[in-house]
Design a protein around this ligand. Structure first.
Ligand SMILES: Nc1ncnc2c1ncn2[C@@H]1O[C@H](COP(=O)(O)OP(=O)(O)O)[C@@H](O)[C@H]1O
Ligand SMILES: [Mg+2]
Length: 391
């Protein structure tokens, strides 16, 4: 999907929060730039200017924005649709005018029009697909699924594919793939202003499958809360260079993983068919809905799913209000042999779990073959009651 960058110019935190949410929850994945980063040269595609206060200072802001970001769409938001003010805003360089609070549908339509114009201007590169892997609990197999899917995607699609390890403190993606990174995600977010193709090539390690790896940090406190804005911008920049972006987001919801969720075309929620996974998955799904990060993009994946299931799959689906998108069998021997040798399953020959990764990845490559998700909220009360009695 097209990745746009938005900038909000306002002194009012309430305005920033409201407009930020509208930008992020629209039909087009869009990252909201930190004003600091924007000053460092990241070019916004859409700029929303708070014009509810002093009109002349709002007009000079619009003029300044127009001068620094010639190609951006500038949206002015004022308290009333005063014809004089509309005219002045347009003369200063605004493309759209809204009254506060902007009606969601009109606002999103304006973004859609802007994205359409952008795509024609950018030309031939098809938009990147971002896949985020999120664990319902630690140890559920998030890294295993993300890494093996990344290898299969690079191998089957022959398109440029990168996996980003978001975990603070010794991420495991490079370990699983048996590669030694020289640089990490932190080098990327600390050097966003010069993150072009050449520089990226220095930062990533290439696996023999073709998959490129932006390794996890060796800091225990980074990426942290202060890095969320830079991460959003990083994902957008990666979207310009790669066809597929996979993000191993670990199992903690924090501002960095939320940045990843906003950018996701598909979010894979990885759990095991057990009580902690299902309970946490319910909470995570609620949180995703609260964030407005489009619950329809969520795919439930059950890993280490072997009979007898501690909780039957139908009951898990009822409790979560989502179908199970894929189940991977439990095969500790094969998975741990692959892990210890640093050779991913897809490259180790025939096993049921390797062919499952092949199927899983082909479904990503051919979205038409995807199983339609159950509408959010369609929960089976009986299933939930049965599950509730389990904890
Ligand atoms: N399908 C599976 N069958 C058996 N063991 C698995 C499977 N998937 C993962 N594992 C094992 O579970 C452990 C945790 O996996 P990992 O991918 O690191 O989880 P997470 O990233 O969610 O913490 C590892 O030892 C891994 O080898
Ligand atoms: Mg992990």
């Amino acid at each position: 999907m097209a990745q746009l960058a938005g900038l909000i110019v306002s002194e009012d935190d309430g305005f920033k929060k409201h407009v930020g949410r509208m930008l992020r929850t629209g039909p087009i994945p869009l990252s909201v730039l930190d004003e600091r980063l924007a000053r460092d040269g990241a070019a916004p595609d859409v700029i929303v200017v708070d014009a509810r206060g002093d009109a002349s200072s709002a007009m000079s802001t619009i003029e300044r924005m127009r001068a620094t970001a010639a190609g951006a769409g500038i949206f002015a938001v004022a308290l009333a649709a005063d014809p004089d003010l509309i005219l002045q805003s347009m003369r200063a360089g605004a493309n759209e005018f809204f009254t506060w609070p902007p009606p969601e549908e009109t606002f999103h339509n304006a973004i859609r029009r802007l994205a359409g114009r952008r795509e024609t201007a950018i030309g031939s590169k098809p938009p990147a697909t971002t896949l985020v892997f999120f664990g319902a609990k630690g140890g559920a197999g998030t890294t295993t699924v993300a890494v093996n899917c990344g290898v299969e995607l690079a191998r089957l699609s022959k398109r440029s594919t990168v996996i980003v390890d978001l975990k603070a403190g010794l991420g495991e993606v490079s370990l699983f793939l048996g590669v030694r990174p020289r640089y990490t995600l932190i080098d990327a977010i600390d050097n966003l202003h010069r993150l072009d193709r050449e520089f990226l090539r220095e930062l990533v390690v290439k696996h023999k499958s073709g998959l490129e790896i932006l390794a996890g940090a060796d800091h225990f406190d980074r990426p942290g809360a202060g890095d969320a804005g830079a991460l959003e911008e990083l994902f957008r920049l990666l979207g310009r260079q790669y066809d597929y972006i996979l993000i191993d987001a670990g199992s903690q919801i924090n501002s960095c993983t939320v940045a990843a969720l906003y950018t996701a075309d598909q979010m894979f929620l990885i759990g095991n068919p057990d009580v902690p996974s299902v309970r946490n998955a319910q909470r995570l799904l609620d949180r995703v809905r609260q964030l407005g990060a489009c619950g329809e993009r969520v795919r439930i994946v059950m890993n280490r799913a072997a009979e007898p299931f501690p909780i039957p799959p139908k009951q898990i689906e009822s409790a979560l209000g989502h179908p199970i998108h894929h189940m991977f069998p439990s095969d500790y021997k094969t998975v741990s042999a692959a892990l210890n040798s640093g050779v991913p399953l897809a490259l180790t020959g025939n096993s049921d779990i390797a062919s499952q990764f092949d199927r899983f990845t082909r479904l990503i490559l051919d979205p038409n073959a995807q199983i339609a998700p159950v509408a959010a909220g369609k929960k089976n009360a009986l299933g939930i009651e049965r599950l509730a009695s389990l904890w």
